[in-house]
Design a protein around this ligand. Structure first.
Ligand code: CAO
Length: 460
């Protein structure tokens, strides 16, 4: 028999939930109550349990999907489990004592399952502090929960890049790993065909606790009692802040940063922007310096492919990517989010302006989907709308560089024997010195400045 698993009622006034992670694959055997997916609603994150035992037949949703209450998410083939039950019953019929023992129990369970129930959802408040022994998380978990996505490209930071559902481990083992805070993808399997067993998870967790495995940076600095000096107020960090803190610390600690500074004379570009802004406005977007930078940076990444690459230190390889996806840092009420503009090199400035507007709006209105925060190769952070003369952004791992943009100013520039007022845009390039040499950093930024000063440069 095929049983449909639907999104049950979660709480009053909650009609949808977002899929954070699918925890099973088609063909997996699951027991009643095994978790099938991790979900997040406005009110809570929770795991969706299977209310039957059987084999996962279809997975009808994907990570990041917004699912409505009552929508079918999985189908489970219960024939094998029913066969086993029937087998039990046939056997029981031959021994009356067994029938009496088993029947009431199983009927009761089925009745409970039929009612389909809120209690089955192991709800935990989104903000609940986690009491995990180790601070290791599946790093590709989507943004609503793990917005290193927020801190954007960091979301792809998992050293393996393998979805948790594709590792050879049963749902129960994966659940155990999640419950004790272990990234199942990093656990070496000792079973047949390297299958990961519950024992492997426990051994790995023990090693983490003993410090045998690097679990990422922990900050256990002991704080003084600030209330000695005046009133204080404590506030829980929300998920975005937690993830930003974690990914920034990891990126900073693992990447040897170098910062390169330059200035572009954008006097002509500003005239161009004023002249053509109406054209872009007609299409519903705003022609901003960020959109123009997206276009020119995409060209620069094609010209200097190492800035579009990632480092695979495990295999001692450089991964060059034949696509140009650029993350753009967006300041939102919830904190920093980095939506990704895909194939930026193939889009016109108008298309880039429209897409940037749309992504920034979505990020600010909490409408951004996890996959829109992933897959960036490089990032741009423009703080010029706010001010400042320069800054040094942190490279988001696994990217190898990021462009910082500060506020353009009118400055006296010495040209042909006299000072002339020019609009100068300060740029900074932070890069990973393991893969990018100083001269390359300087060349990349200089090329970008020249392209801003004279866009025809991009044609050569
Ligand atoms: N120099 C001078 N003026 C600038 C500027 C710059 N570098 N960048 C933007 N401006 C101006 C714009 O022209 C606009 O002015 P008008 O309203 O007069 O036209 C104003 O500042 C606001 O710009 P904007 O923010 O609407 O548009 P944008 O496309 O330039 O920027 C975005 C979009 C998403 C990058 C920006 O809104 C944002 O969120 N920036 C913050 C990024 C951030 O938090 N970075 C820190 C991350 S740590 O690495």
């Amino acid at each position: 028999m095929i049983k449909e698993i639907k999104l049950p009622e979660i709480a009053d006034n909650v009609t949808t939930a977002v899929v954070l992670e699918i925890l099973v694959s088609a063909g997996d055997k699951v027991e009643k109550d095994d978790s099938l997916a991790e979900m997040e609603s406005d009110k809570a994150t929770f795991e969706l349990p299977s209310d039957v035992s059987g084999t996962v037949k279809e997975i009808k949703v994907s990570t990041g999907d917004e699912v409505k209450v009552g929508q079918v998410m999985f189908t489970i083939d219960t024939s094998a489990a029913e066969g086993a039950e029937e087998g039990k019953e046939t056997k029981s019929e031959t021994g009356k004592q067994d029938v009496k023992k088993e029947e009431p129990q199983s009927t009761g369970e089925e009745a409970e399952a039929e009612e389909k129930p809120r209690e089955e959802i192991r709800e935990k408040p989104s903000q609940e502090p986690e009491s995990r022994p180790a601070r290791e998380e599946p790093e590709s978990r989507p943004a609503r929960e793990e917005p290193s996505a927020a801190a954007g490209p960091g979301a792809d930071d998992a050293t393996t890049g393998t979805p948790a559902t594709e590792v050879p481990a049963s749902p129960a083992v994966r659940r155990l790993a999640r419950e004790i805070g272990v990234d199942v993808r990093k656990v070496p399997g000792s079973g047949p065909h390297s299958r990961i067993t519950a024992e492997d998870i426990k051994a790995y967790a023990k090693k983490l606790l003993e410090g045998g495995v690097k679990a990422g940076p922990a900050d256990d600095y002991e704080l003084p009692d600030f209330s000695k000096w005046g009133p204080v107020r404590r506030e829980k960090m929300d998920n975005i802040r937690k993830i930003t803190a974690k990914t920034m610390a990891e990126s900073w600690q693992s990447i040897p940063h170098v910062f390169q500074f330059d200035k572009a004379d954008v006097t002509g570009l500003e005239e161009f922007r004023k002249k053509y802004s109406k054209l872009v406005e007609k299409q519903g977007a705003k022609l901003t310096v960020t959109a123009i930078l997206l276009k020119l940076t995409a060209e620069a990444l094609r010209k200097f492919p190492r800035f579009n690459a990632s480092l695979d230190m495990r295999n001692e390889e450089i991964i060059y990517k034949d696509y140009v996806n650029i993350g753009v840092a967006v300041d939102t009420e919830r904190g920093l989010l980095v939506p990704v503009v895909r194939d930026a090199d193939k889009k016109s400035i108008t298309e880039l302006s429209l897409e940037l507007n749309e992504l920034a709006e979505k990020a600010r209105k909490k409408k951004i989907m996890p996959d829109e925060l992933q897959g960036g190769n490089f990032a741009i952070s423009n703080l010029g709308g706010i001010g400042g003369t320069n800054f040094t952004p942190i490279v988001y791992r696994p990217n190898v560089a990021i462009l910082g943009v500060s506020r353009s100013q009118t400055e006296p520039v010495f040209i042909d024997g006299e000072f002339k007022p020019r609009t100068m845009l300060p740029l900074s390039l932070s890069y990973d010195h393991r893969i990018i040499d100083g001269a390359d950093g300087a060349r990349f930024l200089r090329w970008l400045c020249e392209a801003l000063e004279n866009p025809l440069v991009t044609m050569f």
